[in-house]
Design a protein around this ligand. Structure first.
Ligand SMILES: [Zn+2]
Ligand SMILES: [Zn+2]
Length: 307
């Protein structure tokens, strides 16, 4: 199936009451709103979490992303890639080569971050000594999904800078891009990266499920009760740590033995996919004990992806 990812263009869904409603297929990010909320949410979750210190460290990174967004925003003309009428993700490396702008963001993030532990201070110093060519190579390895070829702690900072760059690009596409919704629709239709997790939304899209991109922060529609890794519809079950109707569940597929978290905004309206994914790390541990492996990527948890 080939689809246009224009937000204005919608699929039609026949609901049980035979009322047809429109489904927006894609939401581009709003970086300012996103980073502001994420920073607040990380701090909120840190108060009552065994991972509190780490959540606060992540909040510091997001604070820098937000500051750079205001101080040094990018504005680029994306009409070339849009006019190319490509049916692949417009911001995928093959369509839109990576400039070195992201490296300026990386250096500024590294300079501004508090050295919360000696390990972080050492890591920041090591990264600062990388040549521009080395950094570009590492970034391209990560963008090509070769996560185990870059040291996981370095990946976190590199991805934070890359994400700030790509999120701005995605926010400037303004609903004019095209992408193919092929059999691999678990990859972001805008930048071709893996999702962090999925959310069941509220508001105008109540009850609909969207995957959230780990790089450009776009969100794309995915029907519920369907494996986001192999499209299986038959062998899906849900696992949570606590009560029935938990706001966070692991959607597990017995066909490909993968899982991805699904967050329900109806039960946790203030959630942020990235922050809540870190705060619910216990659920990952329990799900992995059952021999399921995570199909998504949280850039703040690269070490988990490496294992
Ligand atoms: Zn993306
Ligand atoms: Zn599957």
């Amino acid at each position: 199936m080939s689809i246009q990812i224009l937000p204005q263009i919608a699929l039609e869904e026949q609901s049980q009451s035979h009322i047809v409603r429109s489904i927006p297929l894609l939401f581009y990010p709003m970086p300012n709103v996103l980073y502001t909320h994420r920073q607040e949410r990380l701090k909120e979750l840190s108060k009552d979490s065994p991972f509190g210190d780490y959540l606060l460290f992540c909040a510091e990174i997001v604070k820098e992303q937000l500051a750079l967004l205001k101080q040094d925003p990018i504005k680029v003309d994306l009409s070339n890639i849009l006019n190319a009428n490509s049916h692949t993700a417009p911001l995928a490396l093959a369509n839109y080569p990576l400039s070195k702008k992201w490296q300026e963001y990386l250096q500024k993030i590294l300079a501004a971050l508090p050295k919360m532990t000696p390990e972080i201070a050492h890591l920041i110093n090591t990264l600062k000594q990388n040549s521009s060519e080395t950094l570009q190579e590492k970034a391209e390895l990560l963008l090509n999904g070769k996560f185990n070829q870059v040291e996981s702690n370095e990946s976190l900072f590199i991805w934070a800078a890359l994400s700030l760059y790509y999120t701005q690009l995605a926010s400037q596409l303004k609903g004019k891009a095209y992408a193919e919704n092929s059999e691999e629709d678990w990859f972001c239709p805008v930048c071709n990266s893996l999702p962090v997790a999925s959310t069941i939304q509220i508001g105008n899209n109540v009850g609909l499920r969207y995957l959230h991109c780990s790089l450009c922060e776009s969100e794309w529609y995915m029907p519920r009760v369907k494996c986001t890794n192999c499209d299986d519809l038959q062998h899906i079950h849900y696992f949570s740590l606590d009560e029935e109707r938990a706001p966070t569940e692991a959607e597990c597929c017995d066909s490909c033995h993968s899982y991805l978290k699904i967050f329900n905004q109806e039960l946790a309206p203030r959630l942020d996919v990235m922050a809540d994914d870190i705060a619910t790390l216990m659920l990952d541990m329990k799900t992995e004990e059952e021999n399921f492996s995570k199909s998504g990527l949280n850039p703040y948890l690269f070490a988990q992806k490496m294992d």
